[in-house]
Design a protein around this ligand. Structure first.
Ligand SMILES: NC(=O)c1ccc[n+]([C@@H]2O[C@H](COP(=O)([O-])OP(=O)(O)OC[C@H]3O[C@@H](n4cnc5c(N)ncnc54)[C@H](OP(=O)(O)O)[C@@H]3O)[C@@H](O)[C@H]2O)c1
Length: 315
């Protein structure tokens, strides 16, 4: 049954008041749902710092946003390639030097449906490396700043966590033996969710003041599939995007904006569209299946992630 906490239309940006004085740091803000989320934040007077891979796309996004919201709009980007941990560390250092307050760090960037196995410069399967390990280190490095800001971490997940093997393939993290685009993407998004729920557990009983929320954009017309998917997946997605099953990128951004701003949300939850198959419709609390917070798997994933990235969280 659809969550009606926010009324029949669900959560919309109409609920937002002024966000002046707030700073949102978002990965992948130059396209898709991340760009639309940035637009909403800026429209309410917030500052937005985007952490993006392509400098060219980012410069174009900043120009477009300043055209829309005026030259005084506080929007900037730091170049960061999530698939390269040295780049993630350098970008985090730059943010720590230049961004004194982080009201929310939104882990939005991702690649998806990469058709053949590719490895990152650090030797990780590309979707796990980019979507999970990159954000794992980024969140860890920015955590104290978010804590000092009494801020939030928002993980943008995917309903794909319900597909594939629904757990983590610890004995072959790079999928050397059985690579297949969709299960590997699905596992990378499940890993991001498990990171978020395990972080919630680790924060319980501490004096840390950071809330962790998980959401997904449903099925939204963005550049995700055209950027990294194979030909057949691109074709199928293109056909689907001509149907009402796929909503706009702007609507796809509502769950992450909601999780970055709304008070009173639950942390052990999954927010997103609540309509048919939860791919579109009013935004609210959706279904969260328990394999996403299987404690043994979450704890092991945390240990494996610290070891793989050579990054130790101090909580
Ligand atoms: N669209 C959907 O239907 C859908 C469904 C389920 C979940 N999601 C999730 O929604 C989130 C937003 O995706 P979207 O659909 O808006 O996709 P999108 O339009 O392709 O945007 C993805 C963003 O991620 C950035 N990015 C990709 N690789 C990166 C890297 N190595 N380092 C830094 N940034 C990188 C891209 O920027 P560059 O080009 O500069 O790298 C881009 O800004 C993702 O987490 C995705 O998994 C989307």
């Amino acid at each position: 049954m659809a969550d009606t906490t926010f009324g029949p239309k669900g959560w919309t940006p109409n609920r937002l008041g002024s966000l002046a004085g707030k700073t949102y740091v978002i990965t992948g803000g130059n396209a898709g749902a991340g760009f639309e989320a940035s637009r909403i934040f800026l429209s309410k007077g917030a500052q937005v710092v985007m952490l993006n891979r392509s400098a060219e796309k980012s410069t174009a996004a900043v120009v477009a946003l300043k055209e829309e919201f005026g030259t005084d709009a506080e929007v900037s980007f730091v170049r960061m390639d999530l698939s390269d941990l040295a780049s993630v560390r350098a970008a985090a250092d730059e943010v720590l030097k230049t961004v004194p307050q982080i009201d929310a760090l939104i882990c939005n960037a991702a690649i998806a449906q990469v058709p053949t196995q590719q490895l990152t410069v650090d030797g990780f399967e590309s979707q796990l490396g980019t979507n999970h390990y990159g954000h794992f280190v980024l969140c860890g490095m920015l955590f104290d700043r978010i804590d000092a800001s009494k801020g939030r971490i928002v993980v943008v997940a995917s309903l794909g966590y319900n597909m594939g093997i629904k757990t983590i393939q610890f004995d072959d993290m790079n999928w050397d033996k059985n690579y297949s685009a969709n299960p590997v993407y699905s596992q990378s998004k499940l890993a991001q969710m498990m990171f978020a729920y395990e972080l919630q557990d680790r924060l319980k009983g501490t004096v840390k003041d950071v809330s962790i929320y998980v959401c997904h954009p449903g099925a939204s017309a963005t550049s995700l599939i055209s950027s990294s998917g194979g030909l057949m997946t691109r074709l199928t997605w293109w056909l689907m995007s001509k149907t009402p099953m796929v909503q706009t990128a702007e609507r796809g951004s509502y769950p992450e904006v909601m999780c970055a701003t709304e008070d009173g949300l639950e942390q052990r939850a999954l927010y997103g569209p609540t309509g048919l198959m939860q791919t579109g419709g009013p935004v609210g609390k959706g279904t969260l299946n328990p394999h996403a917070y299987d404690k043994d798997v979450m704890e092991k994933l945390w240990r494996v992630s610290e070891e793989a990235t050579d990054f130790s969280w101090e909580i």
